[in-house]
Design a protein around this ligand. Structure first.
Ligand code: FAD
Ligand code: SF4
Length: 574
């Protein structure tokens, strides 16, 4: 039996950064919002004395429970997909705050080049530079200059600590707080980078460098460099987290009806629009229908596509014909192309650190260097980070060391403080056969098909990884490491192994309803009262972590929803 509830103006599915921002903005404007979150509520108090590595890092308390819900995965369109049974690569958040509670906090803007990538690539290199398999590479329908005010709002809300970077788009304001401190490791990278003529910068961080009060009046304390950051909640509230920033603001308005343990199963529809959602109370098993004027889907990249496909909203993407949009342009990131350095007699105090603590160069990002003579597009950030090496999770040893036993123990201890990464994070551009759809076989506990991912690295990724690895090796030699392990080969994608948690695409934005699912307010072309928020809207993935950009787009979507509630109709002409 499904109990039908009274209609509300807006229902939001998922209470991470995307759902939290939109809930705060709408409730501040006096609009009532029902927020449905499948996990539990959380506040800073939940993380007090929470440096429990087993609980958070290894048993992944803050993450989606894969025994209850997962995705299936295959490398090619002709392969058979199998369920992801344990986390290796991306980790999916659960509960109020979503992955924004256990993220690292590296908070970037995308480049002006990203938003107009097709036009700018053709202008500089000609159409032939874009391979046929990359036909889905398109402009986003919005420019960096149009995005700038939304980035600014996100950064002020979260109090981002950083310094202006010359090779990025222009900023109207400096970062609200100064950059994090430079450790010895970062100073070594800086020295090497400067000697090559590059201009290194400290990575912009949502780990506050000093106490900060944001425009909503939310005050937070400074980061303690405690090292229990990635995969952990912050016991000081120093990490920008929706549960300590936007969600309390929405709660204070009295206009947010936050229902936790509420797992949305599908959207209901009639006459080309959504009527609302059906959800199940995970504590009692009761099912409810929540009608709404506007449905905001903010349930992360995977469930955004899955909910739409399971609800029959939007046209599924077909890789054979290239038609349809839901599931299209799934992108990941390039992880090959780094060097791990080991030293016999130098130490770096690696047990201290923060999720976004690091230093980087921008010279090889996007189109900041000439691609005429290379066989790939876009680029990578080259960086050294110091997250803080926790005792169970991190045992870096030189290549060739056995993975267990006496030698492994001896080298783990020897190099614990005497190693140093120079790594890269490369952009991922769309391949027509990398996509998301519904698995024909595997279902969740409620009988709904799981999402199936079809993904493999591309020639662009492999060429970029090789190119970037040579630059990281140059850094390693300049820094003067005794052992340098360089990884230049991008191995086949393995959902249980690869180490990057930035998924994008599936419900992408653009200007043409034939090629994109959303307009630039993240409003669906095919269902005007459905707004789909998150990195699922990115037409490709850049060389940056995604949250600054998905946060900025969430502010824009909140503006669009307010306009839609007043005027109705599509907010952008196709
Ligand atoms: C370990 C880690 C480190 C990261 N570090 C960085 C970083 O340094 N910088 C960066 O930019 N990004 C980082 N990210 C990525 C970042 O966390 C995400 O981009 C961001 O949090 C996504 O926000 P979101 O609101 O789109 O989704 P989420 O945070 O995933 O929120 C979605 C919410 O929806 C809920 N939900 C899902 N399905 C349903 C349903 N059917 N019904 C009801 N609720 C549902 C989920 O429980 C979740 O709370 C990191 C991610 C991880 C895992
Ligand atoms: S490193 Fe800083 S921001 Fe991260 S959990 Fe520790 S105190 Fe919080």
């Amino acid at each position: 039996m499904v109990t039908k509830l009274p209609k509300v103006p807006v229902v939001v599915v998922g209470m991470g950064w995307a759902g939290g921002i939109v809930s705060a903005e709408l409730t501040k404007a006096g609009i009532s919002v029902v927020g449905l979150e499948r996990g539990k509520d959380r506040t800073t108090a939940d993380y007090a004395m929470g440096h429990d590595e087993l609980r958070y890092q290894h048993r992944q308390e803050l993450m989606q429970d894969l025994s209850k819900e997962t995705i299936t995965y295959r490398n090619t369109v002709s392969g058979k997909a199998l369920p992801m049974r344990h986390y290796g690569t991306f980790i999916v958040g659960d509960g109020v705050g979503g992955a924004g509670s256990h993220w690292n906090g590296q908070t970037y803007r995308f480049l002006p080049y990203d938003f107009e990538i097709r036009t700018k690539t053709i202008e500089r290199y000609g159409i032939e530079k874009i391979p046929a398999w990359m036909e889905g590479l398109n402009d986003w329908g919005i420019t960096y200059d149009e995005m700038e005010p939304y980035y600014d709002t996100f950064e002020k809300m979260a109090g981002i600590s950083g310094e202006t970077v010359e090779l990025w788009g222009k900023r109207t304001n400096p970062y609200p707080t100064p950059p994090l401190v430079k450790t010895q490791l970062m100073k070594e990278f800086e020295k090497a980078a400067t000697s090559f003529g590059y201009k290194p910068f400290v990575i912009p961080a949502a780990n506050l460098s000093e106490s900060y009060t944001n425009p909503d009046g939310i005050s937070r304390g400074a980061c303690q460099y405690c090292a229990y950051c990635e995969n952990f909640g912050c016991e000081y509230g120093a990490k920008g987290d929706p549960a300590v920033t936007v969600i309390p603001v929405a709660k204070q308005t009295g206009k947010l009806d936050l229902r936790t343990h509420s797992n949305v199963l599908e959207l209901t529809k009639s006459g080309g629009k959504a009527d609302g959602v059906i959800y199940v109370d995970m504590l009692t098993g009761e099912k409810f229908e929540q009608p709404a004027d506007v449905v905001v889907v903010a349930s992360y990249v995977f469930n955004n596509s899955r909910l739409l496909l399971n609800s029959g909203i939007g046209t599924p993407y077909d890789p054979k014909t290239g038609k349809g949009t839901i599931g299209k342009n799934y992108c990941y990131q390039v992880t090959a192309g780094g060097s791990q350095l080991f030293f016999e007699d130098r130490e770096f105090n690696l047990y201290g650190g923060a999720g976004a603590l690091g230093i980087e160069i921008a010279e090889y990002m996007g189109d900041n260097f000439d691609h005429a003579e290379v066989d790939f597009l876009h680029g990578a950030g080259i960086r050294s980070t110091q997250y803080g090496d926790r005792p169970i999770a991190v045992n870096r040893v030189p290549a060739g060391t056995p993975a267990w036993g006496a030698e492994f123990k001896e080298k783990s201890i020897k190099y614990a403080n005497s190693n140093f990464p120079v790594k890269t994070q490369g952009a991922s551009l769309p391949h027509k056969e990398n996509y998301l759809d519904l698995d024909p076989e595997f279902k969740d506990e409620f009988g709904y098909p799981l999402l199936r991912m079809t993904y493999e690295y591309t020639d662009n990724d492999r060429a970029m990884g090789k190119y970037m690895s040579a630059i990281t090796r140059k850094f390693a030699e300049e820094i003067g490491a005794d052992i340098i392990d360089t990884n230049e080969v991008q191995a086949p994608f393995n959902v249980n192994k690869d180490g990057n948690t930035h998924n994008t695409g599936g419900v992408i934005m653009g200007t043409d309803p034939e090629k994109s699912a959303l307009n630039t307010y993240l409003q669906m072309w095919e269902a005007e009262n459905v707004f789909v928020l998150g990195a699922s809207a990115f037409p490709h993935n850049s060389c940056f972590n995604p949250t600054g950009t998905l946060g900025a787009l969430s502010y824009r979507a909140a503006e669009g929803i307010q306009k839609y509630l007043k005027e109705g109709g599509l907010l952008v002409k196709a």
